[in-house]
Design a protein around this ligand. Structure first.
Ligand SMILES: C[S@@+](CC[C@H](N)C(=O)[O-])C[C@H]1O[C@@H](n2cnc3c(N)ncnc32)[C@H](O)[C@@H]1O
Length: 359
């Protein structure tokens, strides 16, 4: 086995992880206005499943997306099942013109932690036209892989100036809103990691930073495999580089620290993420494991992206009230019981992946 893949994982994990600590990831747009090199651009995985980015539908896009009422119903049932956090994503969520109302409804239902992840390309325009973002939003996550203009354009096909203008517009319009940056750490941008952290600190608007590992979305695709082998950097290696930042590991198996300038940084240890037995057969080594449920734009509720399309799912628009609550609970029940460890090393061996090592 490649040294890179050897896990340093200990035995400790919590089989009865409280569902209230988990969150729902809700796709509110099936399309995106950027084309990031590592992201899924709506590739069809199987006859039935259309997985555009994090929008894990069970129907074709042409079958349409849910309206506000559909989202509210599904979000309420997931809340009734015990989830207390919610994160809106897509595609690009700001492409759904109903996004502010859907966010407000999530808070009204009772979700405590309401988050939205955006590429920020439309943020300045939104603020100019509508004023502050909804006060119900607790956390705004901005995908920001690099501050370098050329590199940003190469990775995303977008314009970093618009992202920065969007961040500044929100900082001024919503001074109390927490802004977090998401950075996918890759071999290409690894040398600039500490510089990147300094730029986040200096700007002042970004209060948190999540470092993400590159997910191999499909080890059966030669392009995906090449990208992963060339660009994947393990959490352990990132920790080696940031060893003077005093990270500790929290109960969600995230490395976490606050820098002397007050920037909170976290990085999920994917080796320790709780996974189900089904994850052992999944060729997508995701970051979420058992920590999320998924609601897609057509109302499909899944326990994960379900690459193999083998798990049960619910088409929430076909159900109502208590019937929907009961189905959601039934869907989630196995997750409350089965947890296994599925290490990165085993995954790499099984799918013939061989990521490069530093030096
Ligand atoms: C899929 S995007 C959707 C939301 C929005 N369009 C955006 O760009 O923020 C959500 C997050 O997933 C991350 N992501 C996408 N593909 C990834 C991959 N292969 N590995 C790790 N993170 C990935 C992105 O960096 C982004 O922060």
């Amino acid at each position: 086995m490649n040294e890179q893949c050897t896990s340093g994982v200990g035995d400790a994990y919590e089989p009865n992880f409280d569902i209230a600590e988990r969150k729902v990831r809700v796709a509110i747009s099936p399309i995106c206005n950027l084309k990031c090199e590592y992201c899924d651009h709506g590739a069809k995985r199987s006859k039935e499943q259309l997985g555009a980015m994090e929008d894990f539908r069970s129907t074709e896009i042409s079958d349409g997306s849910m309206d506000i009422e559909g989202y509210t119903r599904a979000m309420r049932s997931l809340y009734n099942a015990g989830y207390s956090g919610i994160a809106f994503t897509g595609g690009e969520p700001l492409l759904n013109r109903n996004w502010p109302e859907i966010v407000k409804n999530a808070k009204d239902i009772g979700y405590k932690q309401v988050q939205l992840t955006t590429n920020a390309m439309l943020l300045e325009y939104y603020v100019e036209k509508n004023g502050p973002l909804p006060k119900e939003l607790d956390l705004l996550t901005i995908s920001l892989d690099t501050f370098d203009k050329g590199e940003f354009a190469r990775i995303t096909k977008g314009n970093i100036d618009r992202v920065i203008a969007g961040i500044n517009a929100v900082r001024d319009a919503n001074p109390d809103l927490h802004i977090k940056a998401n950075k996918v750490v890759m071999r290409n941008n690894l040398p600039d990691l500490e510089e990147y952290i300094k730029l986040c600190e200096q700007g002042g608007a970004i209060k948190r930073l999540t470092l993400l590992n590159l997910i191999c979305k499909d080890p059966f695709s030669e392009d995906e495999k090449t990208l992963f082998n060339e660009q994947f950097v393990s959490p352990q290696e990132i920790m080696e580089i940031l060893n003077n930042y005093n990270f500790h590991i929290d109960k969600k198996y995230e490395y976490i620290t606050t820098t002397s300038a007050g920037l909170l940084i976290n990085l999920m240890d994917t080796d320790k993420t709780l996974r189900s037995e089904e994850c052992e057969n999944c060729p997508m080594y995701c970051q979420e494991g058992l920590f999320t449920a998924r609601l897609a734009t057509d109302g499909t509720i899944r326990t994960c992206s379900d690459f193999n399309n083998r798990l049960s799912y619910i088409q929430s628009p076909k159900l109502r009230g208590e019937e929907l609550d009961a189905e959601v609970f039934r869907l989630l029940e196995p997750q409350r019981r089965t947890t296994v460890q599925s290490t990165l090393g085993k995954f790499c061996t099984k799918y013939g992946l061989n990521p490069r090592r530093l030096n």
